[in-house]
Write a protein that binds this ligand. Structure first.
Ligand code: ADP
Length: 487
């Protein structure tokens, strides 16, 4: 890993606890970070224990008070430096990301730039935390609404976007005047630590942003959900773990943002532009090897365009290049671990046993390890696992449908409600489907929807809270109504 970096100091085998870099944690074990492509051990990190988490929380409490007292402009100027450092070091950050997570280097670069855009955006927003004045209900009263930072925030993130997840959570927290204790996934802590190094260099005050990798995620969750100093938890991960955290947070009526699982439908109507729909499906389904929560999971194609769509998509899927993320032209890296591979083949076998046909792929990849063949299935039906569960792998199951109402019912027939996509040109149909889909985000005639300027988040069991946009700051602020009497 170090050979590929320009700045070796961006990889430290330490964790950042309340402003102190520590070589050892109070957790007994260590975290061996592996490259999922080569299985090479990249780093050996300490694993945070309960005492480390408590120290980070206590230090954050003090640091947060003075940070919140500074002007928005002051915070913005430090965040601008943080953003500039991320951009200047983007190549190294991308190398770290590809090394620990496996995605193709070009995608890693894209992720780093995307993450940086949140730091830039929220830094700018730091100056725009407006309150309100409300015309009073009595002649002698004046009413105001103040917005104040919630205080110390905890964050728990998954491994699929090791860099962007940090930026998406840390940027609004810092911009709004909060402190943040960040727990990366044990698979991918190096990107989070590298960003913490850059934040420190940019002048983010000591103790405000801790990064605590740990083998004991349960301990971390239980502590931040019960410690009275921590006022909010922002979590991205599975619905299952989100449910556990929500139950734990209920003890202290904790403020939560939960960005949980998805099961995105991707619908192609007969009047769609076929080439654009195929392009959108490729981006939405195969980016990050299908390991994103907004990935198209179910492709519904109307009967009139079905055969042509499957044929065109098949030639594109067959053209994907599966290889190590550092290889030229790689488009699909390894999956994160063996369980991911097992789940993929379980979904394929289940679908085939219920009547689906394999159009492309379907087998293990010759490179071995966690490399898999990108797979296209036709003839998928609603009784298959691919219809109900998030596959989180490069598998595109295509379902055939007849009418608009039928596909709306099929698309909404899931407990999830994160992202949905459709391709159509009839204006009335576009509007009808947009309104009918029970999802937090809709892509119409596009397979890519994520941007820092728009609100990212779900409904139903995909969670609540929004990341990015002018709304994203609200998750880190409390509203205080002030009634001034006797005027
Ligand atoms: P994924 O399938 O994407 O790994 P998880 O929900 O299992 O999703 O993990 C997302 C994050 O939640 C990771 O950082 C993981 O360590 C953490 N996590 C898992 N279980 C718990 C738990 N019981 N309490 C707190 N955090 C947890």
């Amino acid at each position: 890993l170090l050979n590929r970096l320009k700045d070796h100091s961006l990889v430290r085998e330490e964790m950042l606890v309340g402003g102190t870099w520590q070589k050892e944690g109070t957790g007994a074990e260590r975290i061996e970070v592996r490259n999922p492509s080569t299985l090479e051990i990249l780093a050996s990190l300490p694993s945070a224990g309960l005492d480390d988490v408590r120290v980070a929380i206590d230090v954050a409490k003090k640091a947060q008070k003075s940070w919140a007292a500074r002007s928005g402009k002051d915070r913005a100027s430090i965040m601008r430096k943080f953003y500039d450092f991320v951009v200047e070091n983007a190549d190294d950050l991308a190398v770290i990301l590809t090394s620990e997570m496996g995605k193709p280097l070009a995608e890693a670069r894209g992720e780093v730039a995307y993450g940086a855009s949140y730091i830039e955006w929220f830094g700018e927003e730091a100056k725009r935390v407006y309150g309100d004045t409300i015309p009073g209900h009595h002649a002698d009263k004046r009413l105001l609404v103040l917005k104040q930072p919630v205080g110390v925030v905890a964050a728990i993130a998954p491994w699929n976007f090791p860099s962007a997840m940090v930026a998406r959570k840390v940027a609004p927290a810092l911009a709004s005047g909060c402190a943040i204790i960040f727990k990366p996934a044990a698979e991918t802590p190096l990107s989070a630590l590298a960003l913490a190094i850059l934040a420190e260099r940019a002048g983010v005050p000591s103790g405000l942003f801790s990064v605590l990798p740990t083998r004991n995620a349960r301990m971390f969750g239980a502590e931040v959900c019960s410690n009275p100093i921590v006022k909010k938890l922002t979590f991205t991960g599975s619905t299952e773990v989100g449910r556990i955290l929500m139950a734990q947070g209920a003890q202290k009526i904790m403020k939560l943002s939960l960005e949980l699982g998805g099961n995105a439908p991707f619908i192609v109507f007969d009047d769609a532009d076929l080439d654009e729909a195929v392009e959108g499906a490729m981006l939405s389904k195969f980016r990050n090897a299908g390991q994103t929560c907004v990935c198209a999971n179910r492709l519904y194609v109307q009967s009139g365009i079905y055969d042509k769509f499957v044929e065109k998509l098949a030639s594109r899927v067959a053209g994907l290049k599966v290889s190590d993320g550092f290889d030229d032209g790689a488009t699909i890296g390894p999956l994160i671990n063996d369980e991911a591979v097992t789940k993929l083949y379980d979904h394929i076998e289940d679908a085939v046993s219920r009547g689906a046909s394999v159009v492309v792929g379907g087998k293990r990849h010759e490179s071995g390890g966690t490399f898999v063949q990108p797979t296209l299935l036709s003839g998928a039906t609603k009784d298959m696992k691919v219809a109900r569960e998030e596959t989180f792998a490069p598998l595109a199951p295509v379902f055939k449908f007849g009418s608009v109402d039928e596909v709306i019912d099929l698309a909404n027939d899931t407990e999830f409600g994160l992202a949905a996509y459709f391709y159509a040109n009839d204006l009335r149909n576009v509007w009808k489907v947009t309104e009918a889909l029970e999802y937090g985000m809709i892509g119409v005639n596009t397979g890519l929807i994520s941007t820092e300027v728009a609100p990212f988040g779900g409904v139903k069991q995909s969670g609540f809270g929004r990341e990015g946009s002018k709304y994203g700051m609200d998750d880190f602020l409390s509203m205080k109504y002030v009634c001034l009497g006797g005027i």
